[in-house]
Design a protein around this ligand. Structure first.
Ligand code: GLU
Length: 470
């Protein structure tokens, strides 16, 4: 039998990092075992499900390259099948019609509690056949009255729940629509899911689902309940903690490889290794090595991982992602250096691709405004002479590459008996508009020669103005 896992999000919001991590673990486990990975959209809550959320989930998974092998399946397309199984459970005596109203059930719950038991429906209609003809009813599953359910959880170990703790749960509402626990069971069964990987917020549903599967004579899948992700403050991760939708991380300038690497480590470890390529993750990941306790989200670490990938991945590849950010920031990169060249010199200067785009604008766009602080500090009257001389030397170059550029700057400094910085800094401000850039010879080499000379002239105008004012 082929190992089969699934990711089964409800499309009631974007794909958040918790969901993405669940999807990743589920995908990894399938991939590692040469199995199937199903994407199942649990959209039966018609009021809260939206197409925008479906798109956001698929966009997020696509961006992270978590390719599903089957699906996407939509539960709203399977209502006939759910109905069929509900009928089957009624016919076999494993389910029954319950005519108690919601208010009556509330009273039963209170009574049970008053007697010191757990709050639950008292089974009034469990064995009755005197069904009223014209009253609305729900359909309940006949949960076993005695015995235990054991969840053999691959992450948490064995968890035993007594059937006495469990209700006869509703599997069809009074309008006939199936409930969550029923649809999940039917789909996991029909789709031959062998491993259910999901958040541990679902752990209370698992014994109910096991009981229904047993009643249906279905195989019980293996379960792996993944602990929650907490924010830096120890509280459950939520929107309050900032960017939690996966696509927000793209917008903020993270590489998908970085987020994936960060997420795999958030709840799983392999010795003290931090960096895992996709292939390594697939090879080394195992559900049984997942942490049992919740993990805390740490943005500083994510930044660290992102920097690692920006610096070490193929610059051509990083450039594809940088191109997206350039476009996003309205920077036209048609004329100027290849983006991969920019990646090579900027990668170790920034935390994110968004920042990389921000500080690389001068490679592609002319500017008339210079950074005021840099002007004040570096474009002083005394720089007129070195600027004129270095311009002359740069203009004379026939080979516009780092080495001769470096020599031109150096020769200027030597000739005028100045430190390199006294020539380099004004030149940097002139060429880039500010006092920060990668090594000057490489930066200038990436800029067009003519452009650099024009920018020196532009800066000289500023210097002249200062001379006139002094
Ligand atoms: N649809 C459920 C959710 O989004 C997940 C159900 C499951 O994995 O069994 O929380």
């Amino acid at each position: 039998m082929t190992l089969t896992t699934r990711f089964a999000p409800s499309p009631t919001g974007y794909l958040h990092v918790g969901g993405a991590r669940t999807a990743l673990y589920s995908w990894l486990y399938a991939k590692k075992n040469g199995g199937n990975f199903i994407l199942r959209i649990e959209d039966t809550d018609l009021e809260r499900s939206t197409q925008a959320s479906v798109d956001a989930i698929m966009d997020g998974m696509t961006w992270l390259k978590l390719e599903w092998t089957h699906g996407p399946y939509f539960q709203t397309k399977c209502f006939d099948r759910y109905k069929e199984v509900i009928e089957q459970l009624l016919a076999s005596g494993d389910a029954y019609r319950c005519y108690s109203t919601a208010e009556e059930v509330d009273v039963m719950r209170e009574e049970a509690k008053a007697k010191g038991g757990i709050e639950k429906y008292n089974g009034l209609w469990r064995d009755r056949t005197d069904h009223p003809a014209d009253k609305p009813f729900v359909i309940r599953f006949k949960n076993p009255l005695a015995g235990d359910v054991v969840i053999k959880d691959m992450v948490k170990g064995d968890i035993t729940i007594s059937n006495e703790q469990l209700d006869d749960l509703i599997i069809a509402r009074s309008d006939g629509t199936p409930t969550y626990n029923l649809t999940v069971v039917v789909d996991d069964w029909d789709m031959k899911v062998s491993h259910v990987v999901r958040g541990d917020d679902h752990i209370s549903n698992t014994p109910k689902q096991i009981n229904i599967l047993t009643a249906l004579g279905a195989d019980i899948p293996e379960y792996a309940h993944i602990p929650m992700i907490l924010g830096d403050d120890g509280k459950r991760l939520s929107k309050r903690h900032g960017a939690v939708g996966v696509m927000q991380y793209r917008d903020d300038g993270y590489l998908p490889e970085a987020l994936l690497n960060y997420l795999v480590r958030l709840g799983w470890s392999h010795g003290d290794q931090e960096i895992f390529s996709r292939e390594e993750m697939i090879e080394l990941f195992d559900l049984k090595d997942c942490n049992r306790a919740a993990s805390g989200f740490n943005t500083d670490k994510l930044i660290w991982v992102n920097q690692h990938y920006m610096k070490t991945m193929d610059p051509e590849y990083v450039a594809e992602h940088l191109a997206w950010h350039m476009k996003e920031q309205g920077i036209d990169t048609t004329n100027g250096p290849a983006l991969s060249e920019v990646v090579k010199i900027q990668a170790d200067r920034v935390k994110t691709l968004k920042e990389m785009a921000q500080i690389s604008r001068y490679f592609y766009e002319d500017f008339t405004e210079l950074d005021a602080k840099a002007v004040k500090k570096h474009l002083r009257p005394v720089v007129k002479e070195p600027m004129m001389l270095v311009k002359e030397k740069l203009a004379a170059l026939t080979d516009w590459s780092p080495e001769p550029i470096h020599a031109a700057i150096n020769d200027t400094a030597v000739e005028l008996e100045l430190g390199m910085g006294k020539v380099g800094m004004p030149l940097r401000v002139a060429a880039t508009g500010g006092g920060n850039s990668p090594s000057l010879d490489i930066t200038l080499a990436l800029l067009d020669q003519k452009k650099v000379l024009e920018r020196i002239d532009q800066a000289l105008v500023v210097v002249e103005a200062r001379i006139a004012a002094s």
